[in-house]
Design a binder for this molecule. Structure first.
Ligand SMILES: *Cc1c(COP(=O)(O)O)cnc(C)c1O
Length: 373
C-alpha cells in the first residue's frame, strides 16, 4: 500500500470539469486582474470568516506583509510572534525592517503561549507595535488572553490564519478574531488555488481602505500614489478556481475532522504510548490542515514510514530563532525550549479529506510496528 501525505489529484478529478469551465470563462473574458471573481470571492470569504471585509492578495506571505503595513509597522518596530511557524510569519516582519520578537509556545497546542507573551510585555513594552498569533495546523491560538494583552498595551493583533480557514475559537472563526486575519491559498492549504494566493480579512473600514490602497502600489486613484505600497493582487484565474473549490470547503473540512477522530481512535486502540496525539483546546474547532503527532525517534520513524510507502512531513524542523538569516537577532539555542523540543518531535501524517480508512489503519499499524522493534 502507498499512502501519500497529500493527494491533490484525487480532489482535482472530482472538480475538474467545473474548474475548467470557470477558468475558460476568465480566459474568454481576457480580464485577469481585479475583476468580478476576486470581488465575489472577497465577499464570500469575508462572510465565511465572520469579517466585514476581505482583500485578495498575491500570497499568504503578502497578506501578512500588507497587514503589517496597514497596521503601520515599519523599520525598528517590534512585532511579537511564535518561533514555531512557517518562515513567512517572521520573514514578513523582517522584510519591513521591523524586529521579530519570539516568545515560546504552549507545550500542548504548539501555539504562542499567552503567558510567555505577557512576561515579555511586562519587561519590554517599548516599541512593540503588533503581535502575530499563528493558528497552527488548523487550530486557533488562545486569542482571549492575547487580545486582552494587546488591548492593554495598545498593539495590533494580526492573525496568521494561513492554515486555519474555518477554524473556530469560542464560536468565532479565524480571520474575525484580531484586527486583521491573513489567509493563504497555497495549494496545500485547506482551500488552495492553482498557484499562489492569499487574503486579508478585517472588520475595520479604515484598515480595509488601506489594504486596498497598499496592494496597488499605494494608489487610490490610478497613477497617483499616496504611499509606497506593493503590487500584490489575487488574480482572476486563481479567484475563479477558488470560488469553485470554496463550495466544497465545508465538506472537505468535515472529512479532515472525521479522519482526525479516526486516527485518535486507531492510535488509542493500538496502544502506541510513544505518540502524543494532537491536543485541541476547549472551545476550539480545529480544521486539521495537519494532523501532527509528537514522537521519540521521529526521524527514524519518518524514514521507516517512507520505506513502507507512507508519506509524512516535518512542520517545522528548525525553530525560527535558530535560522541562519535571523542570527542578527541574537537568539541562541535553549532560548525557547518548547519550540526546540517540538521541532525535534513533530511529525505530520496524511490527513487529507479523501484519505481512506484502510489507509489510516495502515499508517497507524506501521507506526505500531516501528515502536515494537
Ligand atoms: C502557508 C503559510 C504562510 C504563507 O503563505 P503563502 O501563501 O505560502 O505565502 C504563512 N504562515 C503560515 C503559518 C503558513 O502555513
Amino acid at each position: 500500500m502507498k499512502v501519500q501525505l497529500l493527494d491533490l489529484a484525487s480532489q482535482y478529478r472530482k472538480i475538474k470539469k467545473e474548474v475548467l469551465r470557470e477558468v475558460t470563462k476568465v480566459c474568454d473574458s481576457q480580464h485577469y486582474v481585479l475583476g468580478k471573481n476576486v470581488a465575489g470571492l472577497e465577499s464570500e470569504i469575508a462572510s465565511y470568516c465572520g469579517a466585514r471585509f476581505a482583500v485578495g492578495v498575491a500570497s499568504g506571505t503578502d497578506a501578512i506583509l500588507l497587514a503589517l503595513m496597514a497596521a503601520g509597522v515599519g523599520a525598528g518596530d517590534k512585532v511579537v510572534t511564535t518561533p514555531f511557524t512557517f518562515f513567512a510569519t517572521a520573514g514578513s516582519i523582517a522584510r519591513l525592517g521591523a524586529v521579530p520578537i519570539f516568545v515560546d509556545i504552549h507545550p500542548k497546542t504548539y501555539n504562542i503561549d499567552p503567558e510567555s507573551f505577557e512576561s515579555y510585555l511586562k519587561k519590554n513594552r517599548k516599541g512593540v507595535k503588533a503581535v502575530i498569533p499563528v493558528h497552527l495546523y488548523g487550530q486557533c491560538a488562545d486569542m482571549a488572553p492575547i487580545k486582552a494583552l494587546a488591548k492593554k498595551y495598545r498593539i495590533s493583533v494580526i492573525e496568521d490564519a494561513a492554515q486555519s480557514i474555518g477554524a473556530e475559537y469560542r464560536g468565532k472563526r479565524a480571520g474575525s478574531l484580531g484586527d486583521m486575519g491573513c489567509l493563504s491559498f497555497y495549494p496545500t492549504k485547506n482551500l488552495g488555488c492553482f498557484g499562489d494566493g492569499g487574503m486579508v480579512t478585517t472588520n475595520d473600514a479604515k484598515l480595509y481602505d488601506r489594504l486596498k490602497m497598499l496592494r496597488v502600489h499605494g494608489s487610490r486613484v490610478r497613477y497617483y500614489h499616496d504611499e509606497v505600497g506593493v503590487n500584490s493582487r489575487l488574480d482572476e484565474l486563481q479567484a475563479a478556481v477558488l470560488r469553485v473549490k470554496f463550495k466544497y470547503l465545508d465538506g472537505w473540512t468535515a472529512g479532515r475532522i472525521k479522519n482526525a477522530e479516526r486516527y485518535n481512535a486507531l492510535f488509542s486502540k493500538a496502544g502506541i504510548k510513544e505518540a502524543t496525539l494532537p491536543y485541541i483546546q476547549k472551545g476550539n474547532l480545529s480544521v486539521y490542515n495537519q494532523y501532527v503527532v509528537t514522537v521519540p525517534k521521529r526521524d527514524e520513524l519518518r524514514a521507516y514510514l517512507a520505506s513502507v510507502g507512507v508519506g509524512s512531513e516535518i512542520y517545522y524542523p528548525l525553530s525560527l530563532h535558530q535560522q541562519k538569516c535571523f542570527k542578527y537577532l541574537g537568539y541562541k539555542k535553549g532560548d525557547f525550549p518548547v519550540s526546540e523540543k517540538t521541532a525535534k518531535e513533530a511529525l505530520a501524517l496524511p490527513i487529507y479529506p479523501e484519505l481512506r480508512e484502510s489507509e489510516q489503519r495502515f499508517v497507524v499499524s506501521s507506526i505500531a510496528e516501528f515502536y515494537k522493534k
